[in-house]
Design a binder for this molecule. Structure first.
Ligand code: MTE
Ligand code: MO
Length: 316
């Protein structure tokens, strides 16, 4: 069973979307349940994922463009997570027994103050803020997801990157026993991703620890994953165990597998097609008519400056 805790003290539907909706104290409690429910799993054989799926009622949450968030069910049943499966509908059941606790995240490399954080610390110490972001997969589908978490910048400032640090490298956990997809020789495990320092420090960039007011479901990258909303979904690496500051541009899993299809930058760009399909439009999960894809996924005001001097058809 998933480590997700079952009842949230304040239902997110009872308050306005932009409000901070889970207090520090509640999140500390949640962190406690995280550890507790893993131990309980073995004693609750009759329990199914269906029984513990939270129900959300009330008015839809909207992003800043007025687009409604996808349902909890949609967001947690259609997932890219190759460590479990390449089939988006198969990930959820395969991830059910993944152990997201105990967990540590090592922040290291070109920093004055390297640190290994326990997950309870990360869940509890930062402001837990809801951000309703569009996620645009490179496969031309999209969702709107109400994330909770904190800015990557807030964590990086704490470890004090040196002036040599130019990039941030992220690494997913490597557990082939629990993640059968990691047995596939076609991918260079563990999954890795990278950002340029200024991208990492942008206020949009989150380390997400939950969604819809619940702790992060396993299939969405428990217990902590990156969210970079102006880039294709594959940049938003799941189940992070290591963050490394470096002066070298990091290798990324998808860029290593198919460099002509998946670049390092991966900014959402309707004018630069994937070699095998158009990026001009997308299928929003739950909608019948395709939508036009927006430059930088609609976040150009916040991020276009980062790429002012670059030819984005070359640096895709
Ligand atoms: N470790 C890891 N992170 C990953 C992936 C993956 O296969 N493994 N898939 C990526 C892709 S392609 C997408 S679109 C998003 C999907 O996130 P979601 O399942 O939470 O919607 O996760 C990204 N992060
Ligand atoms: Mo994706």
């Amino acid at each position: 069973m998933s480590h997700r805790f079952k009842s949230v003290p304040v239902r997110s539907s009872e308050i306005t979307p932009k409000e901070v909706y889970l207090s520090r104290r509640d999140f500390i409690k949640a962190a406690g349940v995280l550890a507790g429910s893993a131990a309980l799993a073995a004693c609750a054989p009759g329990e199914t994922a269906e029984e513990s799926t939270p129900q959300f009622t009330g008015p839809a949450k909207l992003d800043e463009l007025g687009d409604p968030a996808n349902t909890y069910e949609e967001i947690t049943s259609y997932n890219n997570y190759y460590e479990f499966s390449a089939n988006k509908e198969a990930v959820k059941p395969l991830a059910e027994n993944f152990n997201a606790a105990p967990w540590t995240v090592e922040v290291t490399g070109m920093v004055a103050n390297p640190k290994t954080y326990g997950i309870e610390d990360l869940l509890a110490r930062f402001t837990q803020e809801e951000r309703i972001y569009r996620l645009r997969c490179v496969e031309a589908w999209s969702m709107v997801i109400p994330w909770m978490g904190f800015t990557l910048a807030s964590l990086l400032k704490e470890v004090e990157p040196t002036s040599d640090a130019k990039y941030v490298r992220f690494e997913t956990v490597y557990r082939p026993e629990e993640m059968k997809g990691q047995g596939s020789p076609f991918y260079p495990w563990p999954y890795q991703e990278g950002l340029r320092m200024d991208e990492a420090m942008n206020d949009l960039t989150l380390l997400a620890t939950g969604l819809y007011g619940e702790m992060m479901p396993n299939q969405n990258g428990a217990p902590i994953r990156l969210v970079v909303p102006w880039k294709y979904g594959f940049k938003s690496i799941k189940s992070i165990v290591k963050i490394e500051l470096t002066d070298q541009k990091p290798n990324t899993l998808w860029n290593t597998v198919a460099p002509n299809e998946y670049g390092f930058y991966a900014n959402v760009n309707p004018t630069v097609d994937h070699p095998r399909w158009s990026q001009a439009s997308e299928r929003r999960i739950g909608e019948l008519t395709r939508r036009a894809t927006l430059m930088f996924n609609g976040y150009g005001e916040q991020v276009a400056d980062l790429y002012a001097d670059m030819d984005l058809s070359l640096f895709y």
